[in-house]
Design a protein around this ligand. Structure first.
Ligand SMILES: [Zn+2]
Length: 215
């Protein structure tokens, strides 16, 4: 993994500065793939596409923020770099409550953005139980999560095999095992192993998020 420069970006609402890490190159060595589609790759971290401004507490899409400049790797102590750039804190992923707030506030202004918010809200809730099968999803999130999954299901297009698998996983996690299996009947060969794993879990009436292991 080779880090790229840190971009200094300005909140589109109030101009508050934040730091956006970049990568020159990464790879999927040591990556873990989960049944909900989340990939955890130590050498290819996923940077946030949406964040909450620390200045005005409003949400913004990172690619819509003005880039004020860049700090090259190992240059963060340099006198050439303005002090306010050095002080800017890295942008962070939203929390579960912030995803709910962002969806309610209409931050997902088109289908792609709505999909991002809904997928990441789902993943953030699953993170609670991802490595701890004994953990429980807090009751206050359960109805919001189900509503989110129903809306995400509609956004996904099962003619696309990746979307088809995600729809099946949503059905499985919501306990509709028959539909999960039906959605996976015609999945193309290179994704067959994923489909077969989700079918197997559905037959066991298992609705928990699971790590996927090829072979
Ligand atoms: Zn702001």
């Amino acid at each position: 993994m080779i880090p790229g420069p840190d971009r200094i970006i300005a909140c589109p609402h109030c101009g508050f500065l934040a730091k956006q890490h970049t990568l020159l190159s990464g790879n999927t060595i040591g990556a873990i793939l989960w049944s909900d589609g989340k990939m955890e790759a130590p050498m290819l971290p996923e940077f946030p596409a949406v964040t909450k401004c620390r200045g005005c507490k409003r949400f913004y899409w990172v690619d819509e923020a003005e880039v004020k400049g860049e700090i090259k790797p190992f240059d963060d102590k340099s006198e050439r770099v303005p002090e306010e750039w050095k002080r800017a804190e890295p942008i962070e992923h939203l929390t579960i409550d912030e995803y709910i707030e962002a969806l309610d506030a209409g931050v997902g202004t088109d289908a792609e953005k709505e999909r991002y918010l809904r997928v990441h809200f789902w993943w953030a809730v699953n993170d609670i139980v991802r490595r701890n099968p004994n953990a429980k999803i807090p009751a206050k999130y359960i109805e919001k999560l189900r509503e989110n999954l129903r809306n995400l299901f509609v956004l996904l297009d099962e003619r696309n095999p990746n979307d088809g698998i995600m729809k099946a996983e949503i059905a499985r996690e919501m306990g509709d095992f028959t539909q999960a299996i039906r959605l996976l009947e015609d999945i193309s060969t290179n994704l067959r192993w994923v489909a077969d794993t989700i079918i197997e879990l559905s037959k066991q009436k298992n609705s928990s998020v699971m790590q996927l292991r090829p072979d």
